[in-house]
Design a protein around this ligand. Structure first.
Ligand SMILES: NC(=O)c1ccc[n+]([C@@H]2O[C@H](COP(=O)([O-])OP(=O)(O)OC[C@H]3O[C@@H](n4cnc5c(N)ncnc54)[C@H](O)[C@@H]3O)[C@@H](O)[C@H]2O)c1
Length: 249
């Protein structure tokens, strides 16, 4: 497409589906060599982001094969949660381990190579639920809030070494993850309400998050680090209280 990322090497977790898949496509369109990892078929490599030994080995193999590592996108993640008094420890561990520990492990083993190189851009996919609570958010919100703060902490630690670390906080994006919540019977009221809370009146497309990923990966974002970029169709802008009609809009 624009060639903004020509010559760069990018690794995308969760690259078999949704936001990760769209990000991988967009980064490649803009000229990067892209390697996807996932636990699902369809990625270049089957890697569980909770498995530190495999994450470390994969990172080393990518650098050995491609000579460098410029961009890492942490998009692997799972939905989950419930009110805490009903939440099993297994569910807490599953969601926090994949969403937060997985992000940590991938960033950890990318950072070593980026430090040696003196450059890099790490982009974590957090969520608006890492900035604001939602009903039953519990472990999901906790994991995504953790990703927001991990992003800031890493940006502080690595800024002087040429590594930028940012996160994106998407609103509801039309992916298999969202559909696993909205499609089951009985979810129509929730789905309509959620859609309505996005001021643009619709869910986002994975490509709209991928566009933000490509921006943060590129030199166009060369002075941006430690930032949480909200891409949410206005979900977090404020309340719609129903006054507009009276006001003539
Ligand atoms: N879809 C949304 O509305 C939305 C909103 C905000 C944030 N997010 C976040 O965006 C990211 C991508 O979500 P999505 O909507 O594209 O979901 P998705 O289910 O379409 O894709 C997630 C991918 O992560 C992979 N994955 C899960 N566990 C893994 C593991 N242990 N190791 C490696 N890969 C693993 C899955 O196999 C899947 O391919 C997630 O972190 C999610 O929390 C999504």
């Amino acid at each position: 497409m624009h060639g903004r990322l020509s010559g760069m090497v990018a690794l995308v977790t969760g690259g078999a589906s949704g936001i990760g898949e769209a990000s991988a496509t967009r980064l490649a369109d803009e000229g990067a060599a892209v390697i996807t990892i996932d636990v699902a078929d369809g990625a270049d490599r089957l890697v569980d982001v909770r498995d530190e030994a495999t994450v470390e080995a994969t990172m080393a193999e990518v650098v050995a094969e491609h000579g460098r590592l410029d961009v890492v996108v942490n998009a692997a993640g799972v939905a989950g949660g419930g009110p805490v008094h009903l939440l099993g420890q297994d569910e807490w561990d599953r969601v926090v381990d994949i969403n937060l520990k997985g992000t940590f492990l991938v960033a950890k083993h990318a950072a070593g190579h980026m430090l040696a190189q003196g450059s890099g851009s790490i982009i974590n996919i957090a969520s608006i639920e890492g900035l604001e609570g939602t009903e039953g958010g519990s472990c999901y919100s906790a994991s995504k809030g953790g990703v927001v703060m991990l992003t800031k902490a890493m940006a502080i630690d690595y800024g002087r070494r040429g590594i930028r670390v940012n996160c994106i906080c998407p609103g509801a994006i039309d992916t298999p993850m969202l559909r696993s919540i909205t499609d089951p019977d009985g979810m129509t009221t929730y789905t309509d309400r959620m859609r309505e809370e996005h001021l643009l009146g619709r869910f986002g497309e994975p490509s709209e998050i991928a566009a933000a990923v490509a921006f943060l990966a590129s030199a166009d974002a060369s002075f941006i680090t430690g930032h949480s970029l909200v891409v949410d169709g206005g979900f977090t802008a404020g309340l719609q209280v129903g006054l507009l009609e009276q006001m003539g809009l």
